[in-house]
Design a protein around this ligand. Structure first.
Ligand code: SAH
Length: 356
């Protein structure tokens, strides 16, 4: 019997309503269960107190609730919290909660490992094991919202898909999760507070635009020169910059949303005048802003962030061209929670999980 139980969270609201009808119960019971699962984030049928004991029993006979567990937690001296998230099949991903005075941002994973091969990213060294389900993505957000309330007495304000994995290689589940995050019967968050970060998969960027998504788009560009980008993001041979910029133009035409380019400047990689000029040229073609990111060193890598003068030269050239540019300092470096450092290497200093 145990083996045949279905994960109740794989069911749509209509399917839950239908289930109750089939069992001679009113369909609104299905709506109530849906709300317990998605709005209130309950992981136990016995907590669904507006259901009769018989109905709870019925659910237990047919379903189980698969959910994530925060296995381990590490806190950075800057307040950042890194969570090791254990999935029902014992695989682990990481998610990071980043507090600032203005916002509290949850950085969410979309895959276990990653199939892309960016040479500067620690996650790239992990094999892609599988895509996360929509509920596994959603659960990370719920867990971090609870942490945010617990530690900082404020709800989450923003979500970024910048954790492990490439969200556009798990498009359906990521969109389904965002649907639940933004739906009034879910967390009811505004899509304007959500940013999806992609390494740049043209076909999927077009699809997102055609699907009229309402969240923001960030693209990990790192170079506007094809030959340089191929060196640091080898998959870019399959997805050349020419196609990427066409897809981004399509995105802007359909969504009227500016794109954020994420960009790290490395010594000896993209620190030349031509690199800066190429970026300015691309930003002139595509309505965009640039987020310069501090490089977070990873094991076995000889890459080094370029000196301040080069970063300043980028900032100067972009500003002159009236392109908005920000420089982002890393958060959570001391616990390997910063961009590109997520690799499931949890040290013993973890403080253990809070029970939420
Ligand atoms: N696959 C998605 C999301 C995950 S990476 C993407 O590529 O956008 C999130 C961000 O961290 C990306 O902008 C990525 O380029 C950046 N990043 C990866 N490794 C990094 C490192 N070592 N230092 C700084 N940023 C890094």
């Amino acid at each position: 019997m145990e083996a045949s139980k279905k994960d109740i969270r794989a069911l749509e609201k209509e399917e839950l309503q239908h289930f109750f009808q089939q069992h001679k119960a009113p369909s609104f019971k299905g709506t109530q269960v849906y709300q317990w699962l998605w709005q209130k984030g309950v992981h136990n049928f016995d907590l669904m107190t507006n259901l009769s004991l018989d109905h709870r029993e019925l659910l237990k006979q047919h379903f189980e609730i698969k959910h994530i567990n925060i296995d381990q937690q590490q806190r950075s001296s800057d307040g950042t919290i890194k969570n090791a998230v254990q999935l029902h099949d014992k695989l682990v991903v990481e998610s990071v909660l980043i507090p600032t005075s203005k916002r509290i941002t949850a950085c969410v994973s979309s895959q276990v490992g990653c199939s892309l091969d960016c040479v500067f990213c620690a996650t790239a060294a992990l094999k892609r094991m599988r895509n996360l389900n929509a509920d596994e993505i959603y659960d990370q957000v719920v867990a971090m919202d609870q942490q945010s309330n617990y530690y900082f007495e404020r709800p989450l304000s923003n979500i970024v898909f910048m954790g492990m994995g490439e969200p556009l290689m798990n498009y359906k589940n990521v969109l389904e999760a965002i649907d639940k995050i933004t739906h009034p019967e879910g967390l009811g968050m505004s899509p304007k507070r959500i940013t999806l970060s992609t390494s740049g998969i043209p076909k999927m960027i077009r699809k997102m635009a055609d699907d009229q998504v309402k969240f923001g788009l960030a693209v990990s560009l790192h170079s506007a020169r094809q030959e340089v980008r191929e060196q640091i993001m080898p998959f870019a041979t399959k997805f050349p910059l020419s196609e990427l910029s066409e897809a981004l133009t399509h995105w802007y035409e359909y969504t009227k949303k500016q794109i954020t380019f994420e960009y790290v400047v490395w010594e000896g990689v993209n620190d030349q005048k031509e690199d800066i000029q190429a970026l300015v040229k691309l930003c002139r073609q595509i309505p965009s802003k640039v987020n310069l990111i501090q490089y977070n060193a990873i094991d076995n890598s000889s890459m080094k962030q370029a000196p301040k003068e080069v970063i300043d030269a980028y900032i100067h050239a972009l500003t002159q061209a009236r392109i908005k540019v920000t420089y982002r300092r890393s958060r959570g470096e001391d616990i390997a929670a910063a961009c590109g450092q997520l690799a499931n290497k949890l040290e013993a200093q973890g403080k253990g999980a809070i029970n939420i």
